[in-house]
Design a protein around this ligand. Structure first.
Ligand code: ATP
Length: 353
């Protein structure tokens, strides 16, 4: 398996350095024969090539089996004509990575203000309110007059159905419960179509229990009792917001891993951004990216039918849980270690397991 590694901006280089060590260790222990190729995107690429992402990089990524994308300073990238392309959007769109799977769970020994829970947000990744990706060319956000802006939201039955299928397939491997999150009381046509598509697909999974919540009420329910949810399927922006909440409820945004998956390609990526406020201080939690890397290995193992990848993925998550239980973590989840020291502690435990 060849994986392209892109460290990204802000805390990306520090946390991705840990991921590269973890992947190398997993490759050795489980004989995965992983090939890691290090590339650049974001600010570093903008400085060097005048573009945050280049066509040559896309070709390299396509030729590999998977991508680990570090967090990007998306807020800084405002003008595509100046090469400031949002790399996250770029890869999701170019590789059609329509399913953004964002698991969140509590861990013993991590302070959390809610009951123990284990859920996954399945977020549509290619349309919705994301003006930079939901039309063929240009941008679907317009300034009509200096004081009037319009942002268009695209919802298609095809995209609703394929994200619903991804959610029901995932639910079959979990607690067989799908919750549809929407705003169909106001967005009657678009979210009406989303709910309808989810139910149609759900009919093919009679074992899976289905319920639904309006997105604003969902925020209250997920804070009050996250343990009642298992697999949550929703449109792009609602999923983006909800999954930051569920990651933080689990103890820290620094635990929020994610996988962006398409039919034949996948990209691991932390659910959070580049967190420039804590960059270069050796305090960022690398676990969000470590979980994402484990998800990427698991995805590949299932696609190729190679058990060793699934085993490696489980072993990485297990080692992470052990470190958390032992308090060998960064400060955001109650530990006293720096990012590098967490990486070293991981390697020590993982290689002697
Ligand atoms: P961006 O503009 O790239 O989205 P941001 O700082 O606005 O960056 P996030 O990166 O999502 O948004 O982070 C929000 C806050 O969560 C950060 O200020 C940081 O304190 C915390 N945070 C995010 N990721 C981590 C992490 N891996 N470890 C520890 N804290 C984190």
């Amino acid at each position: 398996m060849k994986i392209i590694i892109i460290p990204g901006d802000g805390i990306g280089p520090e946390t991705m350095a840990v991921v590269a060590q973890v992947l190398d260790a997993a490759s050795t222990r489980f004989h995965l024969n992983l090939e890691l190729e290090h590339e650049i995107a974001g600010h570093e690429s903008l400085k060097k090539y005048g573009r945050t992402v280049t066509p040559a990089l896309l070709e390299k990524v396509k030729a590999a089996d998977g991508l680990m994308l570090g967090p990007m300073s998306t807020y800084d990238f405002k003008d595509e004509s100046k090469g400031e392309i949002n790399p996250s959007k770029f890869f999701r769109k170019e590789l059609d990575l329509f399913a953004n799977i964002r698991p969140a769970r509590t861990y013993p020994n991590v302070p959390s203000c809610v009951n123990a829970f284990d859920l996954a947000v399945v977020r549509e990744n290619t349309e919705g309110f994301y003006a930079d990706r939901n039309i063929e060319s240009g941008n679907s956000e317009m300034l009509i007059t200096p004081d009037v802006a319009i942002s268009l939201r695209r919802i298609t039955r095809h995209c609703c159905e394929r994200i619903a299928k991804a959610a029901f397939e995932l639910a079959m491997t979990r607690k067989k419960h799908v919750t549809i999150v929407h705003k169909a009381n106001v967005l009657k046509i678009g979210d009406g179509m989303f709910i309808d598509a989810c139910h149609r697909i759900g009919a093919q999974y009679p074992e899976v229990k289905i319920d639904d919540f309006i997105v604003d009420a969902m925020m209250a329910h997920v804070v009050r009792a996250p343990e009642r949810f298992d697999t949550i399927v929703t449109t792009n922006m609602f999923g983006d917001i909800l999954s930051d909440l569920t990651a933080e409820l689990s103890g820290s945004l620094g635990l929020g891993g994610s996988l962006n998956a398409g039919e034949c390609y996948a990209m691991g990526q932390a659910a959070h951004g580049s967190a420039p406020d804590i960059a270069n201080q050796d305090i960022a939690n690398p676990f969000s990216l470590v979980v994402s890397a484990a998800m990427l290995l698991n995805w590949y193992g299932q696609k190729e039918g190679v058990l060793a990848f699934t085993q490696a993925s489980k072993a990485i998550e297990h080692c992470m849980s052990e470190l958390i239980a032992a308090g060998e973590t960064t400060g955001d989840i109650g530990g006293k270690l720096g990012t590098k020291a967490v990486g070293a502690a991981f390697l020590k435990r993982f290689t002697t397991a």
